[in-house]
Design a protein around this ligand. Structure first.
Ligand code: 5GP
Length: 116
């Protein structure tokens, strides 16, 4: 599978369409999910042009995972969540809908079921 630079996250990274950004540096953008699965659902989007985990450069992954941890801790602190789900999907049959690598940080709350 090839990388299609017209995907929505590539457009957001290029500043062509707006997003609720909460953090950005040279390596990644962090933004709120437009259709949150729970309160505080946040996306970490590495900037390199990877379709998903399967074609990502290991060096890019090594650079972004500490940020994923920092965002998970920050989201847990900000929301008071009782747990954090980390999700990441590869190709449509696995649930991927936007074909630029991203990580979901999904807060979980006692007594509030998450979608499976
Ligand atoms: P996937 O299923 O590909 O792992 O998840 C893509 C995620 O991107 C979904 O949770 C969806 O709600 C979110 N999303 C899709 N389009 C946009 C958008 O234009 N802006 C933002 N902030 N999130 C989006």
């Amino acid at each position: 599978m090839t990388y299609d630079p017209t995907n929505i996250f590539a457009k957001i990274l290029r500043g062509e369409i707006p997003a609720h950004k909460v953090y950005e540096d040279d390596t990644a953008l962090v933004m709120m999910d437009i259709f949150p699965q729970s309160r505080g659902h946040t996306l970490v989007i590495p900037k390199p042009a990877s379709r998903n985990l399967l074609d990502a450069d290991p060096a890019d992954l090594a650079a972004v995972i500490p940020l994923v941890q920092r965002v998970a801790i920050a989201v847990q602190t900000a929301t008071g969540a009782d747990g954090i789900r980390l999700a990441q999907f590869n190709e449509a049959p696995a649930g991927q809908t936007v074909f630029h690598l991203h990580f979901h940080i999904i807060p979980a709350y006692e007594g509030v079921p998450l979608a499976s």
